[in-house]
Ligand binder design. Structure first.
Ligand code: SF4
Length: 56
């Protein structure tokens, strides 16, 4: 299961840019899971998150 630590998330948008199928920025300016889907872009998003907020 993909998770985002919303306390860590700074809303940079990198995960959404890389994997918009799974991540979206919500109205609070933080990333949320749009769809639980284990595609290869999830791993790229995990690596690109500057604060290490995404885990699975
Ligand atoms: S890449 Fe990390 S810090 Fe940036 S929006 Fe996504 S979860 Fe938040």
């Amino acid at each position: 299961m993909i998770k985002i630590d919303r306390d860590l998330c700074i809303g940079c948008g990198a995960c959404v840019a890389i994997c918009s199928e799974v991540f979206e920025i919500d109205k609070n300016g933080k990333s949320r899971i749009k769809q639980q889907k284990n595609t290869s872009c999830v791993d790229k998003a995990i690596k690109s998150c500057p604060v290490g907020a995404i885990t699975k």
